[in-house]
Design a protein around this ligand. Structure first.
Ligand code: 4GX
Length: 255
């Protein structure tokens, strides 16, 4: 999968040269090409921004420079994404959908944004990573590359995506490793039993419990199996008995 990033701060993307993204690039599963928009300024001072028409604070990135940067990487198959708080919120479903694209061009705005005309001309989709304001689109573009790359064939082992409960709509169960006792706390006994069926059942229960307690909203979009419904009913009963957690559950839990 090809990622081209258009940015005024290419160094930020050095983060991609580590860990899983580094290995994915070495294996040619993904390619991350970072383009410095400033290289396309024909101005003798390499100017890339100017004051807004109509007045107001800050600087706006000029359309012609951004357009030239885009033209240097565009292909017929490319999808252009503009990272912006006005975009549709990124979620795991969107991530999976984007991973099916061959070529993404990610446009990162800085300052007060980019001249609307070039956005109208080249952007296919506007995406936000959350309802807060950042100083630029670079971190959002990194988040998008990171999450989408995990879905590209060969980047992760097959199991790690399948087992991941979030992609199935639930939160993860807790994990443990050596030592067996840490600060007087033992690893749950069942995990030492070697009984795979019971371990699976325990993990499913924990996933459901954690989702119910921490993010009950996720359960609204999750189709519960008969067995899962039973587990959840038991959980609810347990919580009603326990006054302390009951309040916590009442606040969030509707299903
Ligand atoms: N999820 N930002 C874009 C530049 C900008 C300024 C004004 C339009 C108007 C963000 C987010 C985000 C900050 C990236 C502002 N664009 N991007 N940048 N949240 O906050 O994606």
């Amino acid at each position: 999968m090809q990622f081209d990033v258009l940015t005024l701060f290419p160094e930020i993307f050095d983060i991609c040269k580590h860990s899983i993204l580094e290995k994915a690039q070495e294996k040619d599963l993904i390619n991350i090409n970072v383009v410095n928009i400033r290289d396309f300024s024909e101005n003798k001072h390499k100017k890339v921004d100017d004051t807004p028409y109509g007045g107001g604070a800050g600087m706006i990135m000029m359309p012609d420079v951004v357009y030239k940067a885009y033209e240097s990487v565009k292909t017929d198959k490319a999808k252009v994404i503009y990272m912006s708080p006005q975009g549709k919120l990124l979620n795991q479903k969107k991530v999976e959908e984007l991973s099916k694209q061959e070529h993404l061009i990610l446009l990162c705005g800085h300052y007060e944004g980019i001249d609307q005309r070039v956005l109208d001309k080249i952007v296919d989709e506007e995406i936000s990573i959350g309802d807060y304001v950042l100083t630029g689109g670079e971190l959002p573009a990194m988040v998008l590359i990171d999450t989408v790359s995990r879905y590209v064939d060969g980047v992760l082992t097959k199991n790690s995506i399948e087992e991941e409960s979030f992609s199935q709509g639930l939160l993860e169960y807790p994990q443990y490793t050596r030592p067996e006792i840490f600060e007087n706390m033992a690893v749950p006994e069942i995990l030492l039993s070697g009984h795979h069926e019971n371990i699976e059942k325990w993990r499913k229960e924990k996933s459901l419990e954690i989702t119910y307690k921490k993010r009950p909203d996720l359960l609204k979009n999750y189709k519960l199996s008969k067995q899962e419904k039973e587990i959840l009913e038991k959980l609810k009963m347990k919580c009603q008995k326990n006054e302390g957690t009951a309040q916590e559950m009442k606040e969030g839990g509707k299903f």
